[in-house]
Design a protein around this ligand. Structure first.
Ligand SMILES: Cc1cc2nc3c(=O)[nH]c(=O)nc-3n(C[C@H](O)[C@H](O)[C@H](O)COP(=O)(O)OP(=O)(O)OC[C@H]3O[C@@H](n4cnc5c(N)ncnc54)[C@H](O)[C@@H]3O)c2cc1C
Length: 397
């Protein structure tokens, strides 16, 4: 039976996250939006000192709800949280036990560290199988070459900490998806460098970097997965499938991020309505409602529908149940919901929504990324359609 019930400790930890969001994140959100590429060092140190779960990307219902709360505070700052991040999620999803220990131990010791995942390239985003970065075996080493763009926490992982980057590359381009493998590159490895930092529309506190790999040599053991996954067998795509399993863990988390931003906007609208004496009359037939009442109810319905999908996807993951379909449903719905909610909130607030006096205009900018990274809305809807209709990638693309 599906069960979202939280323990008293979990409830308390979510309340603490909300308080932290309100007291630590909201007051500095505007500053770091306007000072892109500056690091919120004090916040990072506080987070690192109080980190839970060994700095690993938290997976589970309570942990995901904490992420929602943090993003209610500020999504860009939340992404500055030190820890294993998307790189860690990839290692947990695709690495062996030995690799998990070897690469993730660092997130529980020493100074703040970040993990990143580098898949996207200039000519490869949604079409993950089009990767052109290469990994060539040379004795006991792999030699990586290629350029990865839009890597979240890339600079922090590579230049500002003893972090890791999980890099997706092909060991044989002619093998298509079967040739695609993921590799762990540790900070400080010669041949890996940050080429540039993106200037962005939203989540501007989060660092987004281009990373170049030039004859970057890593140990043979840094290829992720079991010997079965590592081997190149053109008749199967085990490596690719395992790599894609990373998204089953990360998509519900992005959905939670979206929900946090959406709820921030919704709360502001409802507080403003209350101050202005505008009541939202729940329970009336729709034709008797005013347009703003209908709008707020639609926003709430979208938020709640996305939240239920997110909770189901996370819960299934925490029970080790296959959740690819549910993860994509949650991500597609939440990404769309948050863009609609924040835009509608601006509309309802009028010029104040557009003004920098409030964070609402920023939330609208922060919202959109949830519909882009970890698979765009369209791509997640494709995944859902394929799974429901039982079509292969080639039959529905
Ligand atoms: C701030 C930010 C942070 C990011 N962080 C990371 C990161 O940490 N690691 C990483 O590897 N990548 C990261 N990305 C990259 C992100 O995952 C990609 O931008 C995304 O997957 C889309 O790929 P693309 O940009 O190549 O767009 P494209 O694939 O070129 O898509 C362009 C448009 O076409 C649509 N489209 C494409 N194919 C189809 C189809 N078959 N059917 C219908 N519509 C389609 C897409 O939905 C989209 O609207 C980040 C991006 C941003 C903006």
């Amino acid at each position: 039976m599906i069960d979202f019930e939280l323990t008293p400790e979990e409830k308390a930890s979510i309340e603490t996250a909300h308080k932290e969001a309100e007291e630590l994140l909201r007051p500095i959100a505007r500053y770091y939006d306007e000072h892109e590429h500056e690091s919120p060092q004090e916040l990072i140190d506080t987070w690192w000192e109080n980190r839970e779960g060994g700095g690993l990307l938290a997976l589970g219902v309570a942990a995901t709800l904490r992420i929602e709360e943090m993003c209610w505070g500020d999504a860009g700052l939340m992404l500055c949280n030190p820890g294993s991040g998307l790189g860690g999620a990839a290692i947990l999803a695709t690495g062996t036990q030995e690799q998990r220990e070897r690469f993730l131990k660092r997130f529980n010791e020493g100074k703040p560290k970040w993990g990143a995942m580098a898949m996207t390239e200039g000519e490869c985003g949604s079409d993950t199988a089009a990767i052109s970065a290469t990994a060539v075996r040379d004795g006991d080493e792999w030699v990586l070459n290629g350029e990865k763009i839009f890597v979240t926490a890339g600079k922090r992982a590579v230049d500002e900490s003893d972090g890791i980057v999980v890099v997706w590359a092909t060991v044989d381009k002619s093998a298509g998806r079967a040739g695609m493998k993921s590799f762990v590159v540790e900070a400080g490895t010669p041949g890996m460098r940050i080429e540039k930092m993106e200037k962005k529309l939203g989540i501007r506190a989060s660092d987004t970097a281009t990373i170049v790999f030039e004859d970057c040599r890593i140990p043979y053991e840094n290829i992720l997965g079991s010997p079965e996954v590592r081997k190149l067998d053109k008749s199967q795509t085990a490596g690719f499938k395992r790599a894609m399993a990373t998204f089953d863990a990360t998509r519900p988390i992005i959905a939670a991020m979206a929900l946090g931003v959406g709820r921030a906007a919704l709360d502001l609208v409802k507080e403003t309505f209350e101050k202005e004496g505008i009541e939202i009359r729940y329970g009336l037939p729709r034709h008797k409602l005013t347009a703003p009442e209908r709008d707020v109810m639609d926003m709430e319905a979208n938020y709640k529908a996305a939240k239920m999908l997110m909770l189901r996807a996370v819960w299934m993951m925490s029970q080790f149940q296959p959740n690819s379909l549910e993860a994509s449903m949650a991500k597609a719905k939440a990404g769309l919901a948050v863009t609609k909610i924040t835009q509608k909130a601006i509309e309802l607030m009028g010029p104040l929504g557009y003004s920098r006096k409030y964070l609402l205009e920023k939330w609208m900018r922060d919202a959109k990324i949830n519909d882009i990274f970890e698979g765009t809305g369209q791509i997640n809807m494709l995944v859902v359609a394929r799974r429901i209709l039982d079509y292969t990638r080639d039959q529905l693309k």
